[in-house]
Design a protein around this ligand. Structure first.
Ligand code: HEM
Length: 160
């Protein structure tokens, strides 16, 4: 694996960076652009339907990049032999961030799906209970975590 990394370092680091851009950038666009426009929709049922639809699009787009990010991370961990460098603790911090962001993404997907079931049965109140927390807290927290991981990545890349 180290040979594969050293021969393809540019493309592996590029895939790592573009995956972070799509995941974190996608959440920022959703939370600070699309979300604001959804809030102007009068009918709670219609508003939740649009939010649920946009979330499904977001999750479908970012999921492959979430997986590419961890695969490229493993290549870099082995390729750079990071455990024998000064960046081992930073790499562990990034691993921890990825795991928290990934679990949060899975919870968001399941809450969204539960919310849609309630919407389809006309139970707007419980649909709101399931979906509202995603935009209010879960996406902003994942954005902050992602920005921290990007900063740590820049720390590593500027001196590895
Ligand atoms: C899963 C654990 C992770 C590991 C082991 C890891 C490892 C690394 C390493 C070794 C670099 C330096 C690459 C180089 O320049 O040669 C790097 C850069 C980077 N990482 Fe990660 N990373 C992980 C997770 C993440 C996550 C979750 C994000 C963001 C959501 C992220 C975003 C970035 C970015 C944007 C860079 C490029 C920084 C730059 O070139 O200035 N990484 N990462």
């Amino acid at each position: 694996m180290q040979e594969i990394f050293l021969e393809n370092k540019t493309i592996i680091v590029f895939l790592h960076v573009i995956s972070a851009v799509v995941w974190v950038g996608g959440m920022i666009a959703m939370r600070f652009a699309a979300h604001q426009s959804f809030m102007t929709i009068e009918s709670p049922q219609k508003r939740l339907e649009h939010i649920a639809h946009a979330l499904k699009r977001l999750f479908t787009i970012v999921f492959p990049f979430v997986i590419i990010l961890i695969i490229t991370a493993v290549f870099m961990l082995i390729g750079y032999d990071i455990k024998n460098t000064d960046f081992n603790s930073i790499a562990h911090a990034k691993e921890g961030i990825w795991v928290v962001m990934f679990i949060s993404l899975m919870v968001m997907i399941s809450r969204r799906n539960k919310g849609v079931k309630f919407l389809n049965s006309g139970d707007t109140f419980r649909a709101k209970e399931q979906i509202e927390i995603i935009g209010k807290y879960m996406v902003p927290i994942n954005i902050i975590l992602g920005i921290c991981a990007i900063f740590l990545g820049t720390l590593v890349s500027s001196s590895i």
